[in-house]
Design a protein around this ligand. Sequence first.
Ligand SMILES: Cc1cc2nc3c(=O)[nH]c(=O)nc-3n(C[C@H](O)[C@H](O)[C@H](O)COP(=O)(O)OP(=O)(O)OC[C@H]3O[C@@H](n4cnc5c(N)ncnc54)[C@H](O)[C@@H]3O)c2cc1C
Length: 368
Amino acid sequence: MTKVVIAGGGVAAAETLLALRAAPRGAELEIALVSPGEQLDYRPISVLEPFGGAPRRRFPLARICAEHDATLVADGLAAVDGARRAIVLRSGGELPYDALVIAVGARREPAIEGALTYLARDDEMQWIVRELEQRDVRTIGFVVPPQSGWSLPLYELALLTAHHAAARGIGNIALTLVTCEPEPLAVVGGDATRAVARLLGRADVRVVTGRRVSGWERRTVALDPPDAAGPLVVDRLVTLPRLVGPAIPGLPCDAQGFIEVDDHMRVPGLEGVYAVGDATTLPIKQGGLAAQQADLAAALIARAAGPDASQWVRLRAILLTGARPLYIQALIEDGRPRASGVFQTPPWEPAQKVEARYLSPYLAGWSD
Ligand SMILES: Cc1cc2nc3c(=O)[nH]c(=O)nc-3n(C[C@H](O)[C@H](O)[C@H](O)COP(=O)(O)OP(=O)(O)OC[C@H]3O[C@@H](n4cnc5c(N)ncnc54)[C@H](O)[C@@H]3O)c2cc1C
């Protein structure tokens, strides 16, 4: 039996497991999933939580593994010994593999001192929304820092805040979105970028592009380069974390610790080793793309027909606005948008916010 080890417990790891089992000879594989956490933490709809939406969902990995005939190893990947085709666990043990898929995600670090780093602490954004409701806070800045991987959640937070305030008749507020990108949500480019800019304009969110934030002191945001409109002064500053790679010993990494991969998600120089999702050097850190990478790695391991490994990737995203969501589709080549479109009704059938071929319908059918 071919021994497959999957390291990770997020979207990319779970999609790999489901894609392997769905492959024609998937039942012949012996699969172990190594994760230090017990749950698959489903973050994409977490942005609704501070505004009274349902709490973000977590799915027990034990059940996902049991339903897909995989062994859950409650441990973390510490190192890879490629010569011996084994992984070293944090507990000190070892696990041999014929094929290994690394899906350990990225580490999150605060990007701006003093600012609220979204998702670093569970209820901080909720506090800001409450302060807004009580009129204790009037001005909020939302900052997309470099190396955030996927900036869409910050656009959602800005739009949801504007919608929440308008729906409650909270006037006399000023929301500003500062991004290091040359234009709003530049990762999708074209029509989608223009549509997001229009949405922000209609919601009265001022946008400052092409600026980094180097600090925030006495309510004044230090912009680099400075904004011609003058200094930006805000009561609260919300930002996304800066993503850092996992830097696993035994794997080739770039300077930030992200794992190097070729265009088939293989780790160069290591036979049978693949890396997928946020942990890799690929610049866009998005769940839908992580799932496509997982499908490709799984197809190669199971020698099944998989997605096209061309340089073109189809990115699909849903932007939550408080009113009607916006459905975004873009073609990405070498990490850059080539074409994009926006839709009021989805041109695909979204089972979940993250577009994953096997995981989305599985989670959509989940009952507790
Ligand atoms: C607020 C927010 C909203 C988002 N919205 C969307 C969206 O709408 N659509 C979309 O497609 N994407 C969205 N994303 C991005 C998406 O969540 C990520 O791209 C996706 O989760 C990446 O999956 P992953 O499995 O690579 O990493 P993760 O989901 O980060 O999972 C990594 C897993 O590996 C485990 N792990 C860590 N270290 C080790 C180790 N040493 N050994 C074993 N396991 C380890 C972790 O415990 C975790 O379970 C959003 C992200 C955020 C933060």
